[in-house]
Ligand binder design. Structure first.
Ligand SMILES: Cc1ncc(COP(=O)(O)O)c(C=O)c1O
Length: 395
């Protein structure tokens, strides 16, 4: 264990099982550890480094903004906040934006917005239907929204008002809907829960049901948004529009930011009903604007789509070679590789030894969420390392 890792054990709360590497520098899709060892990064800060590490447009925007204005109170208008909000609205189906600092905070705010809508329009309805296997964040309310008992059990009793139902089942949503329901909140693809892709008609059926009942559809695009799944937002592949959408992760390519977007009719907050000290500050919004502008102007979603397909094709090749690969699934550059047994940890370590960072999604699955700017060359390199790492399992 290195000096820094020993200090971490002494001073830092142990909330995550760390991979034994201390990263000190990043550029593009590469990172370097404290000994100068280079790694190809297919974790991407947990689907955050959309433009890779320290992309020049982000660095330039951040440095320029740091020298100009970092933070003001939200009582004042600021230019980067308005510019980013305008760009998001111009490129989505939503009309209004609120910025915060993380995904959990965006979802928490989205649920508050839906409850407010319920109070004003649905006779005080406040319940939100979410799904098993989802992941919506770590605040207490978002743990209640997250339909995974491993996140919930340590903290029961949880805030009420969340009904977790089976994913990919319109019947389950219908059965859970009552006159207390104000919204359904879903990930278009469940990311953390396993890169679970629902049937093609699921989201359209949920949209129809929400319309019929007059309740809101909240899409959590924190992981799927900003080009990750091959279009700027995943809903664009589904032929539907959400009433509320949340973003975070890749929006500012690594500078902390979250966003709630809403249709005009669902945008019911009035002054004083919601807020955030740091949310939408000039620094984060300048990074967000630079990131989003680059994503749009350079068709980064298109790149994620084609490179993602190339990655999946390559993984299919490995599946033919290694019988213990049981499934490959993904959209764009959000891809999972599943095994017949719990070997993910060993594969992650074998990849690490060979210079590739991969994420252990589940005991028997890996997840790849590299920067969206990678090309087929990086995929070839990752596949070659993965091939060697997988070979260690049978030898
Ligand atoms: C779909 C989804 N929603 C919400 C979150 C929570 O985001 P944050 O960790 O920024 O609070 C995550 C994080 O992984 C996520 O994948």
């Amino acid at each position: 264990m290195s000096y820094w890792q020993e200090l971490e054990h002494k001073y830092y709360m142990s909330t995550v099982e760390r991979v034994p590497v201390t990263l000190v520098r990043g550029q593009g899709a590469r990172v370097w550890d404290e000994y100068g060892r280079e790694y190809l990064d297919f974790v991407g800060g947990w689907a955050v480094n959309s433009l890779g590490h320290c992309h020049p447009v982000v660095v330039e925007a951040v440095v320029g903004q740091v020298r100009t204005l970092i933070q003001t109170s939200n009582q004042f208008y600021t230019v980067p906040q308005v510019r980013l909000a305008e760009l998001l609205v111009q490129n989505s189906c939503l009309d209004k934006v609120f910025f915060c600092n993380s995904g959990a905070e965006a979802n928490e705010g989205a649920v508050k917005l839906a409850r407010r809508y319920g109070k004003l329009n649905l006779g005080g309805a406040f319940e939100v239907i979410t799904t098993m296997g989802s992941f919506h964040g770590r605040t207490l309310a978002m743990v209640a929204a997250t339909g995974q008992s491993k996140f919930q059990q340590p903290y029961v009793p949880l805030p009420n008002g969340f009904i977790n139902v089976e994913y990919n089942s319109i019947g389950a949503i219908k059965a859970a809907t009552t006159n207390q329901t104000c919204a359904v909140m879903l990930e278009p693809v469940q990311g953390e829960g396993g890169v679970n892709i629902p049937d093609d008609d699921y989201l359209a059926a949920v949209r129809q049901w929400c319309d019929l009942k007059g309740i809101l559809l909240i899409l959590d695009e924190i992981q799927t948004g900003l080009g990750r799944t091959g279009t700027l937002f995943a809903y664009q592949q589904l032929g539907i529009e959400p009433d509320i959408m949340t973003l975070a992760k890749g929006l500012a390519s690594g500078i902390p930011i979250g966003a709630i977007l809403a249709k005009e009719r669902a945008s019911v907050f009035t002054p004083g009903e919601h807020g955030s000290t740091f949310g939408g500050n000039p620094l984060a919004c300048a990074a967000g604007y630079a990131t989003l502008r680059f994503i749009i102007d350079n068709d980064i979603p298109g790149n994620a789509n084609s490179v993602g397909q190339y990655l999946i094709n390559g993984l299919e090749g490995l599946k033919r070679k290694f019988q213990f690969i049981t499934d490959i699934r993904g959209r764009g550059l959000l891809v999972a590789l599943e095994f017949s047994s719990d070997i993910a940890e060993s594969i992650v370590m074998a990849c690490l030894d060979r210079g590739l960072l991969a994420n252990r999604l589940k005991p028997n699955a890996l997840r790849f969420m590299p920067p969206l700017i990678i090309g087929n060359d990086e995929v070839d390199e990752a596949l070659s390392i993965l091939d060697k790492a997988l070979s260690t399992i049978i030898s």
